[in-house]
Every structure is written in structure tokens, then in C-alpha cells.
Design a protein around this ligand. Structure first.
Ligand code: LLP
Length: 414
């Protein structure tokens, strides 16, 4: 799926020129392709066809209502981690019976909200959370469906900040304690044990750790059955990586088939929580070169997007391809692509060989996941607009913030 391709030398989103989008909506601006979103979901749908399975898109990766809407219309479910994400998903038309609630710190108020909405399952991450959920559900006269997020202690071989399946991580319950905790759950009122859940990390490029984690989880499933605890579903989490630069990201088939083999004849509904894989390469960040500052040691290209928009390079040292919107001419030199924010860590790319002129438009690629979702207003920079392209149609799905909106909730002293 090439949602972003050149036509007559100009980069387009589907049928729409990025020059036109910049003229219409200004820069910086997030651009999403509906066709690319649908194509990435379709990849999962193909592998899961005929199975009792549900893709629960991890809302945190990109929570724009229009993005959620695209997935909800195709029958996807959602993985949420806060009351805010629950409200968003419902506002986007999500079926609450297809929502799972993950996260280590669910508040009583968030539990109430989710119980009132009748969500599919709570992915519980600790013993005190079980106790709290039981109490909250009791108060509301409800029964909370639960699964335990079990930490299989496998090395996902990804960036330490986004690796979550190791013992040293704050996530999930320890593998060795899971059985006892399930028994505890079974003894609590107002809970019903529905499944088991596991998520080992993000941007994984090797299917092997997923399969290794599943083996451990299935051993546990059997132990649970021997203890009279029969599960209805297994949630394999998210984490499948994408190509940012030259990574060999596995196909969805290569990722899923080994696991689906292991699950055959198990009579377990399969849930998945992909985030990045569904949206990452379906979005880009459009920016304009404001100033060029060639120097003795480094050449700086100061663009109008910054770390407050796309935090990943500053935060994880992540690499995003940066391409000129108009096919480049002339000699290239290595540029530091940096934003206007007052931090040396405010960079989008280091040493990129480009032929740049002031006013040029650049596209920062693979920015659909953890882009806008992690943006901030640092330096009092209004959040950028978000646009969804659908063939030749263009929808402004979030208008640019205004400066006044940034301090609208604040007050001067009386
Ligand atoms: N399920 C759970 C419980 C998660 O914690 C996450 C991501 C996902 C699913 C979705 O993972 P994905 O399929 O997107 O890999 N901000 C970082 C990524 C943090 C991921 C956090 N958890 C980044 O920009 O790379």
C-alpha cells in the first residue's frame, strides 16, 4: 500500500498533493491516509478470517476520532488505557462490547465509567487492582469481566523504554504469581474470569518472542484449567513493528501464523491490541523549512515542526525518514533537521543528506503512531492540524489550536 507517493515529482497523500494541503491547512500538519489505515487493518482481518478473533486497536497510538471511526466502522474493537480514551472511543462510535481496558493505574472513577459502559474486559495488572475492581463493581451491582495481564518475562529485544514483558518492568503480574492471583480473583465477588492477557513490548521486529511468550501463557492456561479456571479468551497484546528506515518488519502473517497454530483446537477467542502497526505508516507530519543555518560544524535546517509535535526522535532517538515534498534538485549536504523549541534535544533528524531551500516543504514519514498522540504544547506551541485524506477528498479532522486556547483554562490572580 503506497498511500504516499510522488506524482510528477510532487509527494501526494492518495490523490491529493501535499503542496495543496500545506496551502490549505498550513504547517506543521499531520496527514493521514484512510486507505492506508484500512489496508493495515485488512491485513489482520485476512489472517483472522473465520476465527473467533477481535482486533482491539490500541487507542494510545493515535486517538483522533476520525482514525477511531475508520476502525470502528470496520468492526474493530479498541484497547484503552484511561477514562479519556474510553470517552473518545465511545464518541467515535465504538461498540463498548469490543473494548478492553489495559493499564496499571485504573482509578475507581475510570472503573465505574467502564462498568457503566459494559466493556468487554478489564486487563488487570495487580492484586490490589483486583480488589478495587471487585469493590467498585459490587457498589454498582455489576459483574466485571477480567483477565490478568501476565508478565511472561521474555526479552522482546526492543528499546528499553518500550519493552514491557521483562521482570524489571512495572507492567503485568509476575508469571510465578499468576496462578495464585487467578485463584484469588475467583474468590472475589462481582468479578468473572474471562481471559488472560500479555503484552511484551512495542516495535518488535522478530516474531519469535511473541511465540515464546505465548508458550509460557499457554502453560499457564493449562494449569488454570487443571484448577477449574477455564478461560474464554486470550489477548496477545500489541507490539508488531513497522519499517521506519530499513527494518525488516514481519508481515502480519509471519507474526500471527505461528501463534494461531499454537492456538488451534484451544477454543479460545483471540484478541489482539495492535497500535503502531495499524497507524504508523498511514500518517506523516508535513513541515516547512523556516531558516537555513549552514555552519562550520553542522548545517541546521530549522523547520516549523518540533519535538512538541513529534517527540519520538528526542525521546527515544527514533529515526523517521524525512523527504522533500518536491523532488529535489541541486547538490545535497547533511542537514540537522531541527525545530524552534528551546532545547538542544529538539531535533527531528540528524545529518540528513538533502538539497534544501528556505520555504521547502518536508514530509516526516511514519508519523501516524505516537505522533500527535504524544504531542504537547511546550513553548506554548498550538498543536498542529490533523487532516485525513480519502482518495481525492480531504477532511480536516482536528483544526489547529489557537494561542488563546492554550491558556483558556488559566486565570490571572484576583
Ligand atoms: N497494548 C498495551 C497494553 C500497550 O501497552 C501497548 C503500547 C499496545 C497494546 C500497543 O503497542 P503497539 O502495537 O503500538 O506496539 N511511545 C512509544 C510506544 C509506547 C507503546 C506503549 N504501549 C513509541 O513512540 O515508540
Amino acid at each position: 500500500m503506497t498511500a504516499f507517493a510522488r506524482r510528477n515529482g510532487v509527494l501526494h497523500a492518495e490523490s491529493v498533493s501535499l503542496i495543496d494541503l500545506a496551502a490549505r491547512f498550513g504547517t506543521p500538519c499531520w496527514v493521514y491516509s484512510r486507505a492506508a489505515l484500512e489496508a493495515s487493518l485488512a491485513e489482520f482481518e485476512r489472517e483472522l478470517a473465520g476465527l473467533d478473533a477481535l482486533v482491539c486497536y490500541a487507542v494510545k497510538a493515535n486517538s483522533n476520532l476520525a482514525v477511531l471511526d475508520v476502525f470502528a466502522r470496520r468492526g474493530a474493537g479498541f484497547d484503552i488505557v484511561s477514562g479519556g480514551e474510553l470517552r473518545r472511543a465511545l464518541a467515535a462510535g465504538a461498540d463498548p462490547r469490543r473494548i478492553v481496558f489495559s493499564g496499571v493505574g485504573k482509578t475507581a472513577a475510570e472503573m465505574e465509567l467502564a462498568l457503566a459502559a459494559d466493556i468487554l474486559c478489564f486487563n488487570v495488572e495487580s492484586a490490589p487492582e483486583l480488589d478495587r475492581l471487585s469493590a467498585v463493581a459490587g457498589r454498582l451491582g455489576k459483574t466485571a469481566p477480567i483477565s490478568l495481564r501476565v508478565n511472561p518475562d521474555v526479552d522482546a529485544k526492543t528499546h528499553p523504554y518500550i519493552s514491557t514483558g521483562l521482570k524489571e518492568n512495572k507492567f503485568g503480574v509476575a508469571y510465578e504469581e499468576a496462578l495464585a492471583l487467578y485463584r484469588h480473583a475467583a474468590s472475589l465477588p462481582n468479578l468473572t474470569i474471562s481471559g488472560i492477557d500479555c503484552h511484551i513490548g512495542s516495535q518488535l521486529l522478530d516474531p519469535a518472542p511473541f511465540a515464546a511468550a505465548l508458550d509460557k501463557i499457554l502453560t499457564l492456561v493449562d494449569q488454570l484449567a487443571a484448577n477449574g479456571i477455564v478461560l474464554h479468551h486470550i489477548d496477545l497484546g500489541g507490539g508488531l513493528g513497522i519499517r521506519y528506515r530499513d527494518e525488516d518488519a514481519p508481515t502480519v502473517q509471519a507474526y500471527l501464523q505461528p501463534m494461531l497454530q499454537k492456538l488451534r483446537d484451544r477454543h479460545l477467542q483471540v484478541l489482539l491490541e495492535p497500535g503502531r502497526r495499524l497507524v504508523g505508516n498511514a500518517g506523516l507530519l508535513l513541515t516547512r523549512v523556516e531558516y537555513l543555518k549552514p555552519g562550520e560544524v553542522k548545517n541546521f535546517a530549522i523547520v516549523d515542526a518540533a519535538m512538541n509535535d513529534l517527540a519520538r526522535p528526542a525521546l527515544y532517538g527514533s529515526w523517521h525518514d524525512i523527504v522533500p515534498v518536491v523532488a529535489p534538485q541541486g547538490a545535497t549536504r547533511p542537514w540537522e533537521i531541527v525545530g524552534p523549541v528551546c532545547e538542544s534535544g529538539d531535533f527531528l533528524g540528524h545529518g540528513r543528506d538533502l538539497a534544501l531551500a528556505t520555504g521547502d516543504l518536508l514530509a516526516i514519514m511514519s508519523a501516524g503512531a505516537y505522533g500527535m498522540a504524544m504531542s504537547s504544547n511546550y513553548n506554548s506551541r498550538p498543536r498542529a492540524a490533523e487532516v485525513m485524506v480519502d482518495g481525492a477528498d480531504v477532511h480536516l479532522v482536528r483544526r489547529r489550536e489557537t494561542a488563546e486556547e492554550l491558556y483558556a483554562l488559566e486565570q490571572r490572580l484576583p
